[in-house]
Design a protein around this ligand. Structure first.
Ligand SMILES: Cc1cc2nc3c(=O)[nH]c(=O)nc-3n(C[C@H](O)[C@H](O)[C@H](O)COP(=O)(O)OP(=O)(O)OC[C@H]3O[C@@H](n4cnc5c(N)ncnc54)[C@H](O)[C@@H]3O)c2cc1C
Length: 251
């Protein structure tokens, strides 16, 4: 079986499958080097886990076609593949592109630092569907690590605009990338605010547990959206049109 794509999803898929099914020959084809955005320590750990699990890494290999029993590389070589797992990147729903909203060429809604559409001030967008700039003017990547702070930023901005409060200006930042490498191995790669790897990592079983905790926490948060989170209420400013007898509502 061949996993195509050497990003976070590809690394997680290849290791997870190889660990669960040691009877399979698992390979990964990556356009770049294996974990080439990671720190030297992070890269070395990924290589070690791949070696331990017997995964073949085809580095600097672009896959151009997928056949029924093989994939073909840009060099014209065939890699046997009874099953191909395609993990070469996320895409967004085409719905935004079908509107007059300003979108990127991949269809993501372009938003400012308050997550408000740059073309339509009444529209806010967050998560994978939005393109916002992070620290250093770099676009935030599609991830939960971006989506959650984007949601906070949008909620704070909407509340601030309704209540005359201070608009949030600080761009969401990154702290780490959490990669599971099978059930018993993981890699926590610490990063700069703008998501560049630094040479500090957490590896092994502890890292796997850490990542598992995050996944379980996220699943729990989705299924219990109103539990355990503090609520904040702010008074909405009366608008001039309705301000003859000011009434107060909450947001
Ligand atoms: C295998 C995998 C592993 C990942 N691991 C990590 C990780 O470790 N850390 C991390 O930070 N990120 C990770 N991510 C990325 C993360 O899951 C996404 O970035 C995140 O889920 C984006 O959140 P979102 O709410 O923008 O979009 P989504 O989570 O994709 O949610 C979009 C929702 O909108 C719904 N929807 C779509 N169109 C419509 C419509 N027209 N009407 C109504 N509903 C609609 C969909 O059904 C879906 O429920 C991973 C992703 C994958 C695929």
């Amino acid at each position: 079986m061949v996993v195509v794509g050497g990003g976070l999803t590809g690394l997680e898929a290849a290791t997870e499958i190889a660990e669960a099914r040691p009877d399979l020959d698992v390979a990964l084809a990556a356009r770049g080097g294996l974990g080439d955005w990671l720190s030297p320590k992070g890269r070395a750990h990924v290589r070690k886990v791949f070696g331990d699990l017997g995964i073949t890494a085809h580095e600097h290999t672009a896959v151009t076609t997928v056949g029924t029993d093989h994939v073909t590389t840009g060099e014209g070589d065939a890699i046997p593949a009874a099953v191909t797992v395609w993990t070469t990147g996320f895409a967004v729903h085409p719905i935004a592109r079908a509107t007059t909203l300003e979108v990127t060429d991949t269809g993501r809604i372009v938003v400012d630092a308050t997550m408000r559409s740059v073309s339509h001030p009444d529209v806010y967008a967050i998560g994978d569907a939005a393109l916002a700039m992070g620290p250093g003017g770099k676009p935030l990547r599609m991830s939960c690590a971006s989506g959650t702070p984007m949601a906070w930023q949008a909620a704070d901005a909407i509340a601030a605009r309704l209540t005359g409060g201070k608009l949030p200006k600080t761009a969401p930042r990154y702290f780490n990338q959490c990669v599971s490498l099978g059930r018993g191995q993981g890699l926590i790669q610490y990063v700069t605010a703008d998501d560049r790897s630094i040479n500090a990592t957490l590896t092994g079983r502890l890292a796997a547990r850490y990542k598992e905790l995050i996944c379980k926490g996220a699943a729990w948060g989705v299924s219990h959206p109103t539990l355990g989170l503090p609520t904040r209420r702010r008074h909405v400013l009366p608008t001039p049109a309705t301000s003859t007898t000011p009434t107060r509502t909450t947001a």
